[in-house]
Write a protein that binds this ligand. Sequence first.
Ligand code: NAD
Ligand code: AKB
Length: 319
Amino acid sequence: MENILVIGCAGQIGTELTMELKKIYGNEHVIGTDINKIPSVIAVNGPHETLDILDKKALQKIVRKYKIDGIVNLAAILSAVGEKNPLLAWDVNMNGLINVFEVARQENVQRVLTPSSIAVFGPETPQENTPQETILRPKTMYGITKVAGELLGDYYVEKYGMDIRGLRYPGIISHEALPGGGTTDYAVAIYYDAIKHKKYTSFVKADTVLPMMYMPDCLSATIQLFRADKKNLKHHGDYNLAAMSFTVEELAQSIKKHIPEFEIEYKPDHRQAIADTWPKSIDDSAAREEWGWQHKYDLDKMTKDMLVNLQAKYDKNLI
Ligand code: NAD
Ligand code: AKB
């Protein structure tokens, strides 16, 4: 069985992806690492380590210790936090990433998956049905690091023949772990506030449309690409990926179908300017053609599932 290292396992995606990978590879074969506290569900289910991605020696030691065959790198500083601390975003997203690629190269790790984002696009990019190959001129430090990360991955593929894969995730919506400081966080917070307070104040305008995806689809896409037959892949670290797009008002209406008294108000802040530079919808036909990507969740199906799960947590005083 292959041994898989997850870096950034304590984040919104890592918390769930690590457990999904354990179902496939076995608890002992998936090693969760993070600079922050390892979630208890991961800590009680197999090996785990505290790791700062900027500490290359420590990363190399872990790769050797567990005889790692594949790395999933989820450690990153996201768009909103990245605008508050651009140098930290550069450091973690670029110097951390090159550490991963270098250690993988030196230790002959077969495969690395490192996600990109819709943040690679910018105001000059076509906003509707954004093509796979298009203008990449982002305005955030986060977006700049994601474009550079894609190019760096291509460099390691071309120069060293490595197998590096990645997807441009849209905003990910989930109920297990909270998002880590992105612009699309409103699409998660709205559900928590709907359950807890029956009202939400949105930090982007009512008509803001962004591409989004429910976590079960994000997990399927990531695992599908990670395990896809290399010979079918024409792209590397930059697959466009999509499921649904909706305005904040449409999201609120979807919640009102279950909580009729739910109210929303709008107080746009600095994150509006970031959202305005990102696409409204994405053409992900390359992912669908090359590795069979298909999403399962639309807005209403996701809303129903989010509210059921968050209500259960609320009833147990977990949120
Ligand atoms: P997150 O912020 O929730 O989690 C990131 C994790 O990285 C955290 O647990 C954090 O502790 C860890 N980390 C930060 N600095 C570190 C360091 N120096 N060393 C080791 N770990 C460190 O992010 P996420 O939403 O889980 O995102 C995972 C990946 O997916 C990132 O590459 C992100 O850019 C990408 N992505 C996420 C979304 C989304 O909506 N969640 C959308 C597009 C792309
Ligand atoms: C963010 O908003 O920063 C992330 C992303 C879309 O990359 N959720």
